[in-house]
Design a protein around this ligand. Structure first.
Ligand code: ATP
Ligand code: MG
Ligand code: FE
Length: 350
């Protein structure tokens, strides 16, 4: 099926068009620059930016795909989770398009969309797979038995998301927003073993209780204290070593828990998604440690890992292929939509 997907859950206005598992276009307009001076995404600013970016993004995606609106088989939209105001812009636009064109509408889960991105790589995709989604908004470990019907949440962050931790530490180090790429760059010339920062919820006692949950606030505090102490002693802060040691701590926890989940569930596959996948050390470590553990690690291209509309269209396309009916128009933006709700408001048969 030919599907247009709309994604507006955070700061990317994403419009993607797919035909089945073939990617025809993936247009992304980001309002990231507008948030930079605030050091994080401002919901109101993001919502306004979506409103302005949507129409041109749709035009651009249609042109690139050489598709007309009338040709579409369905419209897909992220209904959650995400920023409520930002989601509402996409949901409103999707409903208007679907109604005016008389096309079916599929309201889908953003996190499951990240998993569906893998369908567009052109490689054979196998389930079950464990999926690790790491971005500015989420750090989630999922067990995917079937993309369209069975996604289980194994664990998530209890405080900061991994990307958020990168952004906050970057700010402490005086680096600009978004902090992830800056820390990655600074870390390249640093020693990852220079400072042993804590690995949150990784001790045996924590693992028993919070097996696959994450916590990065303790790490953030530890890094801040370490820097303060250095400054109190009148010593310069070794930015490269702090960045490399911090990055190592985050990556160690993420990869350790993801591979532990693969082992515990007997699943030799790990899919990575989310903007933090851009991190060089994370990719390297996941691939190397995955190979040692006999786990095949899949990393889609970054344009499909960060928020985009193509993954939303891909998920809807898969739902259509597996015989799911369209959503009714009785849905809204759900900022806390659980990952188990893959599609919402599916029509019931009479
Ligand atoms: P959502 O959480 O809804 O998926 P988001 O906009 O918060 O959306 P993304 O756009 O997927 O998340 O990713 C942005 C985050 O990724 C930021 O926190 C950024 O610092 C982080 N990031 C980007 N590049 C890197 C990198 N090389 N290393 C670490 N973190 C990175
Ligand atoms: Mg973003
Ligand atoms: Fe996302």
């Amino acid at each position: 099926p030919l599907v247009l997907g709309i994604e507006t859950s955070c700061d990317e206005t994403g419009i993607g068009i797919v035909r089945g598992r073939a990617l025809l276009s993936n247009t992304i307009a980001s309002s990231m620059d507008e948030h930079a001076r605030y050091g994080g995404v401002v919901p109101e600013v993001a919502a306004r930016a979506h409103l302005e970016a949507l129409q041109p993004a749709i035009e651009a995606a249609l042109t690139e795909a050489s598709v007309r609106l009338e040709d579409l088989d369905a419209i897909a939209v992220t209904s959650g989770p995400g920023l409520a105001g930002a989601l509402m812009v996409g949901v409103g636009a999707a409903k208007a398009l679907a109604v005016s064109l008389g096309k079916p509408l599929y309201a889908v889960n953003h996190l499951v969309g990240h998993i569906a991105a893998d369908l567009l790589t052109g490689d054979e995709v196998e389930y079950p797979t464990v999926a690790l989604l790491v971005s500015g908004g989420h750090t989630s470990l999922l067990l995917v038995r079937d993309l369209t019907s069975d996604v289980e949440l194994l664990g998530e962050t209890m405080d900061d998301a991994a990307g958020e931790a990168f952004d906050k530490i970057a700010r402490i180090l005086g680096l600009p927003y978004p902090g992830g790429p800056e820390i990655d760059r600074a870390a390249a010339s640093g020693d990852p073993d220079a400072i042993r920062f804590p690995r949150g919820l990784s001790r045996a006692s924590d693992m028993a209780k919070h097996r696959y949950d994450f916590s990065f606030s303790g790490l953030k505090t530890a890094v801040a204290r370490w820097i303060e102490q250095r400054q109190a002693e009148g010593e310069p802060v070794p930015v490269a070593d702090v960045a490399a040691s911090f990055r190592e701590a985050v990556v160690d926890v993420l990869v350790t828990k993801a591979l532990a989940a693969c082992a515990a569930h007997g699943v030799p596959r790990l899919l990575l998604g989310g903007g933090v996948i851009a991190n060089r050390r994370l990719r390297e470590s996941a691939l190397a440690r995955g190979a040692e553990a006999g786990v095949a690690v899949r990393i889609p291209p970054l344009s499909l890992c960060t928020d985009n509309g193509a993954m939303i269209a891909a998920l809807a396309s898969q739902l259509i292929v597996s015989g799911r009916r369209a959503s009714t128009l009785a849905f809204g933006a759900d900022s806390t939509l659980p990952v188990t709700e893959i599609q919402i408001a599916e029509q019931v048969t009479a």
